[in-house]
Ligand binder design. Sequence first.
Ligand code: IPT
Length: 269
Amino acid sequence: TTLGLVTTSLALHAPSQVAAAVKRYASEAGYQVLIAMIDENVGQSLQGAINELKSQRVDRVIINAPMETADAERIAEDNRDIICLFLDVDPFCSVFNVSFNPADGTRASVKYLYEQGHRAFALLAGPQHSVSANLRLKSWLEMLERYHLQPVSLVYGNWDAQSGYAGALQMLREAPDFTALLVGNDQMALGVLSAFHQNGVAVPGQKSVIGYDDTYESAFFHPSLSTVSLDLDRQGKEAVERLLRANESDSSRSSSILPARLVVRHSSG
Ligand code: IPT
């Protein structure tokens, strides 16, 4: 009657929304949720968190921390006494997972901007330790390549607004000629809009910006943010459903890949 959730910082948008959804759908199914929060940079702490949950008789655990395929496979292998479901892994890896397609929304963003006439793209990616951030970046680059383009600037942030602000200032200093900026998430895009505003850079007049996540606030940024929408409530719901349906046999563990969709608002043109 108790599910475990191991998650990275609940100060970040996606983990907090997913935790809320997991809690809600678990409770509808009559389950409690024990949450263990870990620092995503410390690989060691994940096994520690799982052990803690096990000691409280939890035998099904949702893991929402960025994990390379090999690490996720090892965690699943080392913990065969429980069922682990992963939320932040490469969707095509072999572990039990519910994750988002990293390619559909990213490709749609590049295509949309290209068709608006943009040729000078800058990329503000999420942190290099994040699988999802890397997959989004890879997909932007592949799509640009199809148009025979390379980014004029590539900077990494750490998902938060401060890093987006700093990243935008760095780009304005080092390679100011881009007209389109793809950002790894909306919290960083908020920082970007602030940095552009303070430097008199008009959005979308001088630079178009597209974020990623579609947070509840994104429609109220100024200008309202074009972004890629993730249905995090659905991710939490499917994770709970699939975890509760799973049993010891591997065949009962069916993974799923959820779509990500471009939402065009006023920050791009
Ligand atoms: C990912 C979000 O896009 C990003 O904004 C940040 O919250 C990150 O999670 C935290 O790990 S979405 C997730 C499904 C990888």
